[in-house]
Design a protein around this ligand. Structure first.
Ligand code: FEO
Length: 402
C-alpha cells in the first residue's frame, strides 16, 4: 500500500505535513477505526530558523524526514515543539533529531522531559516552557499554552501570534481521513463530525471536564484565531469556532436531537426480542434509535457505541444475567460508558433463567457515576405480554424524563 502524504504551505512559511495512516486498525491498540486517522505535523520556516510542531508515529519517521527534506534541510531545524508525548505525535522525534544532528532545542512542558527520556532513551537539548511563555523562532512569536489532560498532563498548545494560528495537538481533532485538508465545504464537515465525536468519546471522554476548562481558558486569553490546526483530521480555517463549540457540546453531553442509544446483549435471542420492543417504542414515540446488537452473529465495536453514546439523549441497556452477574460484553461496555460519557438517563432491561442480577448490578454501577436510572424491567425467560407492556412503559418514561 502506498503511503498518502499531504504537504502543503497553508500560510506563508507555514506547512501542514499530514500522513494518512491507512494501516491502523485499532487506535491506541484499542479502538476499532475502519475510517483510519491522519497525523498532522506542522513546519514553520523563517529567515532565522525553522520550527517543527509535533510529528508522526514511529513507523512513519523516515517519511517525515523526507517530507521535511523537500522543504529544507532537517539539520536547519532550530526548534522541535513537542506539545504532547503520546507516540502518535512524538514517535518520529528520535529520528528527526538524529537527522538534525541534535542541534534543535526540544520545546516542551517540564512534565514532558522525563516522559521523552523514558519513552525514547534520548536526552536532547530541552527548552522547558511553562504556561503562557513565548518563544521567538522562525520570525514568529510562539505562545505556549498549557492545556493539561488534552489529552495527557504535559499537553500544550501553540499560538502563532503573527499568523493567528492555534496548533492544539489532539484537541479539536478527529478520526478518519478527510477528503480535503480544510473545512472548506459543508459536505466534508458533515461527513467528518461523526468521526470527531467518536474520537472525543473514546480518547478524551474521560477528561471531558478538562475540555471545558481548557476551552474556557482559551476564551479567557481572547486569542484572535484565524486557523485551528489540530494533530488529527481537518484543519479549520473557514469556521474555526465550529470545532471548538462542537468539542464543548460533546464534553457537556448535549444530545443530538432525539437520539436514543439502545444496546442489547443476547445469548439466544430472548433479550434481543425485548430490546426490539424497546426500539419500536422509541421510534413510535418520535425518538431516533441508534441500536447495537451483541448476539451469536455479531459483536459491534465498542468504539462505535461509545461514539454514539456521547451525544445521545438517553440510553437503553438490555442484558441477560450471566454467572450471577451481567452478560460480560454489556458489563464491560458499561465500565467504559461510566468513565467516558457524561451522565445520561438510563433504562435497564434484564432477563434471567432462575435469578436476576442485571438490574441491581447495572443500576449500582451507573448510579455511582451519576447516571439517572429511570427504570429497570426484569423478566424471566422470554418477554411476556405483560413484560412487553412494562418495557413500553419504561421507554415512555425514559423519553419523558430525558
Ligand atoms: Fe493523538 Fe493523545 O495523541
Amino acid at each position: 500500500m502506498s503511503l498518502r502524504i499531504l504537504c502543503q504551505e497553508i500560510e506563508r512559511g507555514f506547512y501542514l505535513l499530514r500522513v494518512d495512516d491507512e494501516r491502523v486498525n485499532y487506535f491506541e491498540g484499542i479502538w476499532s477505526i475502519p475510517e483510519r486517522v491522519t497525523y498532522n505535523a506542522y513546519l514553520l520556516v523563517g529567515d532565522d530558523g525553522a520550527v517543527l510542531f509535533d510529528g508522526w508515529k514511529t513507523v512513519y519517521a523516515d517519511d517525515l524526514i523526507e517530507v521535511i527534506g523537500g522543504i529544507m534541510s532537517p539539520r536547519d531545524l532550530t526548534h522541535v515543539i513537542v506539545h504532547h508525548v503520546e507516540p502518535d505525535h512524538s514517535g518520529s522525534l528520535p529520528k528527526v533529531l538524529e537527522a538534525n544532528g541534535f542541534r534543535a532545542e526540544v520545546v516542551a512542558h517540564p512534565i514532558a522531559k522525563p516522559m521523552i527520556g523514558s519513552f525514547y532513551k534520548i536526552s536532547p537539548k530541552f527548552r522547558l516552557v511553562r504556561d503562557g511563555e513565548e518563544i521567538s523562532a522562525a520570525g514568529e512569536r510562539i505562545r505556549l499554552i498549557h492545556t493539561p489532560w488534552l489529552h495527557w498532563p504535559e499537553t500544550m498548545m501553540s499560538y502563532l501570534v503573527g499568523h493567528k494560528i492555534l496548533i492544539p495537538c489532539d484537541a479539536f481533532g478527529g478520526y478518519s481521513i478527510p477528503r480535503t485538508i480544510f473545512d472548506d465545504n459543508d459536505e466534508v464537515v458533515r461527513e467528518y463530525l461523526p468521526s470527531v465525536r467518536k474520537y472525543v468519546a473514546t480518547v478524551i471522554g474521560f477528561y471531558r471536564q478538562h475540555i471545558i476548562r481548557n476551552i474556557e481558558k482559551l476564551q479567557g486569553l481572547q486569542l484572535d484565531i484565524s486557523i485551528v490546526a489540530p494533530a488529527h483530521g481537518l484543519v479549520w480555517r473557514r469556521n474555526p469556532q465550529l470545532i471548538i463549540d462542537y468539542y464543548r457540546s460533546l464534553a457537556e453531553g448535549h444530545p443530538d436531537g432525539n437520539k436514543i442509544l439502545v444496546v442489547s446483549g443476547s445469548m439466544y435471542g430472548l433479550m434481543g426480542e425485548a430490546a426490539r420492543i424497546a426500539v419500536e417504542e422509541v421510534e413510535r414515540l418520535g425518538g431516533r434509535a441508534a441500536s447495537y446488537w451483541f448476539n451469536d452473529l455479531e459483536q459491534p465495536p465498542f468504539s462505535e457505541i461509545i461514539g454514539d453514546a456521547i451525544d445521545s439523549r438517553a440510553i437503553i441497556l438490555a442484558a441477560p444475567t450471566y454467572e450471577a452477574g451481567v452478560y460480560p460484553l454489556i458489563d464491560n461496555l458499561v465500565d467504559l460508558i461510566v468513565k467516558k460519557i457524561p451522565p445520561k438517563p438510563v433504562l435497564i432491561l434484564g432477563s434471567y433463567g432462575w435469578a436476576g442480577a442485571v438490574a441491581r448490578r447495572l443500576s449500582e454501577k451507573l448510579a455511582a457515576a451519576g447516571f439517572k436510572i429511570v427504570g429497570a424491567v426484569e423478566f424471566k425467560g422470554s418477554p411476556s405480554e405483560e413484560d412487553a407492556r412494562r418495557i413500553r412503559d419504561g421507554v415512555r418514561k425514559l423519553l419523558e424524563q430525558s
